[in-house]
Design a protein around this ligand. Structure first.
Ligand SMILES: [Zn+2]
Ligand SMILES: [Zn+2]
Length: 253
C-alpha cells in the first residue's frame, strides 16, 4: 500500500475530496433554508388545524408522546410485534390529545409525506415515527421534520445543525411542503433531489475514497443544479455564493 501522503496527493483522492467538500458547501447552504421552511411548515400545519378544527395557534401541547398519537396498526413499522405484543405501544397507548391537537399534527405529517401511500405488509415508507417525539412538535418543530428522515443514524439529530446532507436531502424530497420552493418537478422519478441524494451516496460509499474527474464534475454539476433550483427569495444570495464556491471546485471554475 502506498504511503498515505502519496495517496492524498493522487488526483483521484483530490477529486473525491472536492466532491465531499461540494456536499459540505451545499449542506451548509441548505441548512438555513430548511430551518426557515421548518417553521413555515409548522405554522401552516397549525393554520390548517385551526381552519378544520378551530384549535387556536396559541394552544400548545407537550403532553402527548408519539405512541399516544399513533394508532397501533401492524402497517406501522413501529408496531412490529414481539411475542404477540406491540413494544412501541407497551407503555403509552393511543389516545386523543387533551388539547385536540397532537393527533391532528400527526395526520398533517402523513399528508405532507411524499410516500404516504406506498405501504405494504413488509415496509411502511411513510413518516419515520420511531425517532420523533410528539411532545416536542409544538416547541421544537424539527421533531416534525425528523419524520421525513430515515430511521438509522438520526435518532439524536434533534436540530438542523445535527443533520447531515443525506438527512437534509430526505427532508426536502420526502416532505411535499418543499415542492413550491424548488423549480424542478419533484414528482419526476429523477429530479434535482434524487440526483443530489445519489451523489451523496456515491461520495459516502466510495470504497477507495477516490473518484475520476468526470464523476467529480458530474457531482458538482448536480449540486449546483439543486441550489439553482431553489426559488425562495430569502436564500437566493446564499445559494448563489454556494454555487460560486462549487464552481471553484470544478475544473471549469
Ligand atoms: Zn403499536
Ligand atoms: Zn397533545
Amino acid at each position: 500500500m502506498s504511503d498515505y501522503k502519496e495517496i492524498i496527493r493522487q488526483p483521484e483522492t483530490m477529486n473525491w475530496f472536492k466532491a465531499a467538500m461540494g456536499i459540505k458547501i451545499t449542506r451548509d447552504c441548505l441548512l438555513e433554508f430548511v430551518k426557515e421552511i421548518n417553521q413555515a411548515c409548522y405554522d401552516d400545519i397549525r393554520k390548517e388545524i385551526k381552519h378544520q378544527h378551530g384549535v387556536p395557534e396559541s394552544i400548545v401541547c407537550n403532553q402527548c408522546v408519539t405512541p399516544n398519537v399513533l394508532p397501533c396498526d401492524p402497517a406501522n413499522i413501529c408496531c412490529r410485534r414481539k411475542r404477540g405484543k406491540c413494544a412501541f405501544h407497551e407503555i403509552h397507548m393511543p389516545r386523543n390529545c387533551p388539547n385536540k391537537l397532537c393527533n391532528e399534527i400527526c395526520k398533517q405529517i402523513v399528508i405532507q409525506h411524499r410516500f404516504r401511500w406506498k405501504q405494504n405488509s413488509l415496509s411502511f415508507q411513510g413518516p419515520t415515527w420511531i425517532n420523533t417525539d410528539a411532545s416536542k412538535w409544538c416547541s421544537e418543530p424539527w421533531h416534525i421534520f425528523k419524520c421525513f428522515v430515515s430511521k438509522d443514524g438520526y435518532k439524536d439529530a434533534n436540530q438542523a445543525e445535527c443533520t447531515d446532507f443525506n438527512g437534509i436531502m430526505n427532508i426536502i424530497y420526502n416532505c411535499e411542503y418543499f415542492k413550491t420552493y424548488l423549480q424542478d418537478d419533484l414528482t419526476k422519478q429523477e429530479n434535482v433531489c434524487t440526483k443530489a441524494r445519489d451523489v451523496g451516496r456515491e461520495v459516502r460509499h466510495a470504497p477507495a475514497m477516490s473518484m475520476n474527474s468526470q464523476d467529480t464534475d458530474k457531482a458538482i454539476d448536480t449540486l449546483e443544479a439543486l441550489l439553482q433550483s431553489l426559488t425562495h427569495v430569502n436564500h437566493q444570495v446564499t445559494a448563489k455564493t454556494a454555487v460560486d464556491k462549487l464552481k471553484q471546485k470544478s475544473k471549469r471554475g
